[in-house]
Design a protein around this ligand. Sequence first.
Ligand SMILES: Nc1ncnc2c1ncn2[C@@H]1O[C@H](COP(=O)(O)OP(=O)(O)OP(=O)(O)O)[C@@H](O)[C@H]1O
Length: 384
Amino acid sequence: MQSLQPVINGEEPDNIFVYGKTGVGKTAVTEYLTNELSQSASHYDIDLSILTISCKGANTSYQTAIRLVNERRSSDEQLSQAGHAEWKVYDALWEELDALGGTILIVLDEIDNIRDDELLYQLSRARSENNITECKLGVIGISNDLTYRDRLNAEVRSSLGEKTVFFPPYDANELRDVLQRRANLAFQDGALAPGVLQLCAAFGAKDSGDARKAITLLRESGDLARNENADQVTEDHVERARETVETEEVVEGIGENLSENEQLTLYALATLTAQSATPARTRRVYERYTQLANAAGREPVSNRRIRDFLAELESMNIVQQQQQSGGTNGNYNEHEIVHDVDDVLRGLTEVLEAVGVHDSVTQHVTFHGGGDGDTFTTGTNTTS
Ligand SMILES: Nc1ncnc2c1ncn2[C@@H]1O[C@H](COP(=O)(O)OP(=O)(O)OP(=O)(O)O)[C@@H](O)[C@H]1O
């Protein structure tokens, strides 16, 4: 809060860099503090505006600057997402900020999505360069990536890093308090069996101290108990809800974190699983991968890359591999998926839509994707 004091003194605000892992309360606390600040400002008759922008999905300074301009403009004056000279976008931004006037705090949440320094560079120099003359400007950058600030160019770093605030992960006791407050709002007295909150908090603390995860787990446990018409949410519900939550994390991770070739490798293994042909040797997975890639009109990568992808999938706990001895070239690896094939296929929705549904898994998917055909077969002996 001290870092925000200059605003109340009518001085130029400090730039603040807030960082910590996901779900540790950075956004919630920043929102709370900026609300408090707004109230103090109106009490002292200070003209303060807070502009909050999520940088999620905005990969460049250019896109974020457009978002900022549009945040201030009416719906019929919005800038389109592309096609403007960069300087024009910044000119439009300075114009909007000056028109707003007073003290402006720009909160850039998930700032680590922006891959270049330009916006921060521009904002930190806007006043000294006389780009803005009618307002005082401060930036609050919020980052999940602990190394983001270190990667900025030195000038921007020292400007943005005037004040840094680190949010450590929550420990189990803190998470328990967070959950208790939620539970007071969301559950009736006695609806939670003893130990339920502690268990959710313990899982949350183990999973990197993320309040969002602990809250999701409590909510899912409640949903499960309600669906079963249970009198109370019990530790057993939490244990089972955790499995669901973890599965959903895997499903999301497949779609969001894997490259198309990694997804195709997993798809190959999923089709083999559906044909009860797993554990499968690397060469068998490669063969199926090649067939899928060809059917989709993609250039297949080498066998060696597939081996690397399978190792990567194992490190993400999606696939497990086992070394077997023997064979013509000595030892060899066999692979299998460690999750339900239906769940894995849900994570692969995008790639299924792009390349089509292989015959072996039509029973497992609820849609018939686009690609070159709705379903296809790779047309070879499938169980070898
Ligand atoms: N101290 C707290 N008390 C109550 N709820 C909290 C607390 N800290 C976090 N939460 C809740 O946990 C969730 C995640 O918090 P928040 O969005 O602030 O995290 P974050 O650090 O900004 O992470 P991310 O960048 O992933 O959003 C939100 O629903 C928030 O309301």
